[in-house]
Design a protein. Structure first.
Length: 556
């Protein structure tokens, strides 16, 4: 490759944000020693942006030393690259090396007596440490100082870091509205391309974690969608790592993209497996377990919960709900009670964030085992938490819980009114699974009030959503309810559900799983699950045997 044309090609790729093309060309040129410091900087960032973290660190160290060799003219740039190295080592969990690089950056600036924007970046770890130990006054003052340095030097990357820190501090102090405004402003800078992608990834992850802790699922989803569009315009970009991938999976799950969520969390597990000491693996395995449990893959879910526990992440409350699905009700109740005791209601801050999901599980378990008093207590507390946080998500959960408790108490009319309100809340939040679960409760309320037509329509609507999601246990529950309501109807041969009959009829025509999925507007994974279930019920093991059975029983 001609050096000058290669450099022109690499720089053009860089400008159009084709990171993979830029990386490939720059790496080839670097192998022959043709890169100056500016192009070596591009190679370092291209390696990091395309997920080659180890290589990026090596090249960044070379860049740092090249700037040092320039003397006073390279001091500020040398310090900045030391800061990037510190950040990347921190993200990789190498905190000692991170601290070393940040200390080196500070020493370089001190020795040169420079007052530059890099001083502001060196304040960020101090603010984060104060925030993590709950010293919100120090955190607020530190991040205000970061923003002041950013303003003086008009440094876009530092401006975003200051906004993030101030927003996180405000959220931690319970100032949700003010904190959300600061976080939103930081993300605007990201999506308009004002900051380098490294800072963009940090900003997004910080915003998602803050939204998660504030139970602001809607804001998290909106920024995830916006940032995904931003990422789509950049070839080869891998801006997210570890914990960020876990939270992205949670958001995908919430909006009903379960297959995407499972793919995302398995990518996270694969990424984290290269960092054997990273405790985020526990979070990733727990999220994987949650998705598997909801899909009805109970054995696989149990294994994932156990792995989460081995990595130091409590398997609760998901494991309690798994025990409930397995019919081990006493164990489920004991587990949620223990975890509620572990995170007391008056614990404040982080304890409330951890306690709220346990409350929703305690309500479900309490109602399932017939302990309405326990469900009532948990519902009352959840209502208070929702009021304190001002979260639409928690309000929807609390109204749903109150409706379920009223229904269990025999007050179907009052339950019906609240459950319709809850359904509207979940619809506004674009949470299809939660909305469908509420529709199942509405169906039961209508049935108990003698309105069988409405009950049937609600069950059918709920089961359609569950089928699309792949929520096998909920789908089975809806089928059982339909069977109960249609007690006078002629049952299908072989104990097949209506959907299994539809699948069998299509298979008997020679249709593939893909063709069945297209006709019934469900996923291939759901078709495969239906086939497995109906094979078991019919005592057959092949499609041809199932087809023969369908002919014999008049289902062709």
């Amino acid at each position: 490759m001609d050096v000058q044309s290669g450099l022109a090609e690499a720089r053009a790729a860089w400008e159009r944000r084709a990171w993979l093309d830029a990386y490939d060309t720059l790496r080839a040129l670097d192998a022959d020693g043709h890169l100056g410091v500016a192009d070596l900087e591009r190679l370092a960032m291209a390696a990091q942006l395309t997920g080659r973290d180890a290589e990026a660190l090596v090249v960044m160290e070379r860049v740092h030393h090249l700037h040092l060799d320039r003397g006073v003219d390279g001091t500020a740039r040398a310090a900045r690259w030391a800061i990037w190295l510190g950040i990347l080592h921190a993200l990789a969990g190498s905190h000692a090396q991170s601290g070393g690089w940040l200390s080196r950056a500070g020493r370089i600036l001190d020795d040169a007596g420079l007052d530059v924007a890099e001083r502001g970046f060196l304040l960020v770890p101090t603010g984060l440490r104060a925030l993590s130990r709950g010293d919100l006054e120090t955190a607020g003052q530190t991040f205000a100082a970061v923003s002041e340095v950013a303003r003086r030097f008009n440094d876009p990357d530092l401006i975003v870091m200051g906004l993030l820190g101030r927003g996180q501090t405000a959220v931690a102090a319970g100032q949700m509205q003010a904190g959300a405004a600061l976080l939103d402003e930081s993300m605007v800078a990201v999506t308009t391309g004002d900051v380098i992608p490294l800072i963009a990834g940090i900003a997004y992850c910080a915003v998602i974690i803050a939204c998660r802790d504030a139970f602001d699922r809607q804001r998290a989803r909106e920024w995830t969608t916006a940032l995904s569009r931003w990422c789509d315009d950049q070839q080869g970009l891998h801006p997210f790592r570890g914990q960020c991938l876990v939270h992205r999976s949670e958001i995908m799950q919430f909006r009903g993209a379960w297959e995407e969520a499972l793919t995302e969390i398995r990518e996270a597990c694969d990424h984290l497996s290269r960092r054997p000491e990273d405790p985020v693996m526990g979070m990733a395995r727990y999220q994987e377990a949650e998705l598997l449990r909801l899909c009805g893959e109970l054995d696989a879910a149990e294994e994932a919960y156990r792995e989460a526990s081995a990595w130091g992440r409590s398997p609760q409350p998901g494991l309690a709900l798994l025990r409930l699905a397995q019919g081990r009700n006493d164990e489920a109740m004991a587990a949620v009670n223990r975890v509620l005791d572990q995170h007391p209601a008056n614990g404040g801050g982080d304890a409330v964030v951890k306690r709220a999901p346990v409350l929703t599980a305690a309500i479900e378990v309490g109602l399932a085992v017939g302990d309405r008093a326990a469900a009532e207590r948990a519902t009352t507390e959840l209502e208070q938490v929702a009021e304190d946080f001002g979260s639409d998500y928690l309000r929807a959960a609390a109204v749903s819980a109150r409706g379920a408790v009223l229904l269990a108490a025999g007050d179907a009319a009052a339950a019906n009114a609240l459950l319709h309100e809850a359904f509207d809340c979940w619809q506004r939040l674009e949470a299809p699974y939660e909305a469908a679960r509420v529709r199942g409760l509405v169906a039961r309320a209508c049935w108990e009030m003698g309105d069988l037509d409405t009950a049937t329509m609600e069950v059918e609507a709920a089961r359609a959503t569950f089928e699309q999601l792949g929520a096998a246990p909920d789908l089975a529950a809806m089928d059982a309810m339909l069977a109960d309501m249609d007690g006078q109807g002629e049952p299908a041969p072989g104990g097949l559900t209506p959907r299994e009959v539809e699948v069998l009829q299509l298979v008997a025509t020679g249709a593939s799983n893909r063709e069945v999925a297209d006709v019934l507007v469900i996923s291939e994974r759901t078709v495969a699950r239906h086939l497995s279930n109906l094979f078991t019920k019919l005592g057959v093991s092949t499609r041809s045997a199932a087809t023969a059975w369908a002919y014999e029983h008049g289902l062709r």
